[in-house]
Ligand binder design. Structure first.
Ligand code: T3D
Length: 264
C-alpha cells in the first residue's frame, strides 16, 4: 500500500512497524493513530509474531502530535479539546504497547519529540541512533508531557532530570539518554537497523509469555511495597511454573541443549 501511514514488514518472527509520514517527521494524525492501533492489534493477534520493532521512516522517529491535524481545530468557543485527543489516542496507544503479548523495541532512528519521545520511552527496550535525540517539547506549546511521560520520566530519569527535561524542552542527545538510563543503548547510525533486528530475534527466541509477564510484573511492582511485590512474584511464578515453556526450559538445561520455546 503506497500511502500507508504505518508500514508492516516481517522477518521471520520479528515484525517491524514503520511510522510513515516522513515529511512531517512521522508526527501523529488521527489517521496514523488508527493505522498504528490496527497494526498493533494485528501483531498481538498473530501467533507467529514473537517480537515487534517500532521505528520511523526518513530522518525522524516521531515528532508527536501533528500540530496541523484537523483534530486540533478550535471549536465554536475558540478552544481546542486537547484532553479528548489524549483520551482517544495517546492514552490507548501507551496502554496498548504496555500490554502487548510480545516484547517491543523502539528503534529510534532520529528525533523523537513530544508524544513521540514518550512513545519510544514506553517501549520495552529503546535503541537509538547516535544522531537521534529526545525532546519533551510540550512546555513550548503550553502542554504537559503526555503519552505516559509524567509516569515514565521520573521513573526512568529521577525527578530532577525529569523536571529539567520537561520544563526546558531541551534536546537530550541519544548518548546522554543512554548515560542517564532513559534508553537501553545508543549505537552508530548505520548500525541501528541491524542492531535492532538482532535484538528482536534474540527476544523472539526467548519464552514470549514470560517476557510479557516480566514487563507486567515490573510495572505492577513500581506501585507496591516490597511485601506486596514478593506476593505478586509468587503468584506470577505459580502461573509461569505451569507453562509449557518452563518445562521446556528446565528440560533443555538438563539435556544440555538449546530450548525451543513455543508458548505465545
Ligand atoms: O492534541 C494534542 O496536542 C495532544 C497531544 C499532544 C502530544 C504532543 O506530542 S504535543 C508536542 C507536539 N510536537 C512538537 O511540538 C514538536 C514540533 N516539532 C519540532 O519542534 C521540530 O520539528 C523538531 C525539534 C521535532 C525537529 O526540528 P528540525 O529542525 O529537525 O525539523 P523541522 O524543520 O522543524 O521539521 C521538518 C518538517 O516536519 C517541517 O515541515 P516543513 O516545513 O518541511 O514542511 C515541520 O513543520 C514538520 N513537523 C515537525 N514536527 C511537526 C511537524 N509538522 C506537524 N506537527 C509536528 N509536530
Amino acid at each position: 500500500m503506497p500511502d500507508a501511514l504505518v508500514l508492516v514488514a516481517d522477518d521471520g518472527p520479528v515484525r517491524t512497524l514503520t511510522l510513515n509520514r516522513p515529511a512531517a517527521l512521522n508526527s501523529f494524525t488521527a489517521e496514523m493513530h488508527g493505522q498504528l492501533r490496527d497494526a498493533l492489534d494485528a501483531a498481538a493477534a498473530t501467533e507467529t509474531v514473537r517480537a515487534l520493532i517500532l521505528t520511523g521512516a526518513g530522518r525522524g522517529f516521531c515528532a508527536g502530535q501533528d500540530l496541523n491535524d484537523p483534530a486540533l481545530a478550535p471549536g465554536a468557543d475558540g478552544r481546542v479539546d486537547v484532553g479528548a485527543v489524549v483520551e482517544a489516542s495517546y492514552k490507548p496507544l501507551a496502554l496498548r504497547i504496555r500490554a502487548l503479548p510480545v516484547p517491543v523495541i523502539a528503534q529510534v532512528n532520529g528525533v523523537a519529540a513530544g508524544a513521540g519521545a514518550n512513545l519510544a520511552l514506553g517501549c520495552d527496550i529503546a535503541l537509538a541512533a547516535r544522531s537521534a535525540s529526545f525532546i519533551q517539547a510540550f512546555a513550548k506549546i503550553a502542554l504537559i508531557p503526555d503519552c505516559g511521560g509524567t509516569w515514565l520520566l521520573p521513573r526512568l530519569a529521577g525527578r530532577a532530570r525529569a523536571l529539567g527535561l520537561a520544563l526546558t524542552g531541551d534536546k537530550l542527545s541519544a548518548e546522554q539518554a543512554e548515560r542517564w538510563g532513559l534508553i537501553w543503548q545508543c549505537v552508530d547510525d548505520e548500525a541501528l537497523p541491524a542492531a535492532a533486528l538482532a535484538l528482536a530475534h534474540k527476544l523472539a527466541a526467548l519464552p514470549t509469555q514470560a517476557l510479557a509477564a516480566t514487563r507486567r510484573a515490573l510495572d505492577d511492582a513500581a506501585d507496591m511495597d516490597m511485601a506486596a511485590a514478593l506476593s505478586m512474584e509468587a503468584r506470577v511464578q505459580r502461573e509461569r511454573g505451569h507453562s509449557h515453556d518452563f518445562v521446556e526450559g528446565v528440560t533443555a538445561f538438563r539435556e544440555k541443549r538449546a530450548p525451543q520455546f513455543t508458548d505465545r
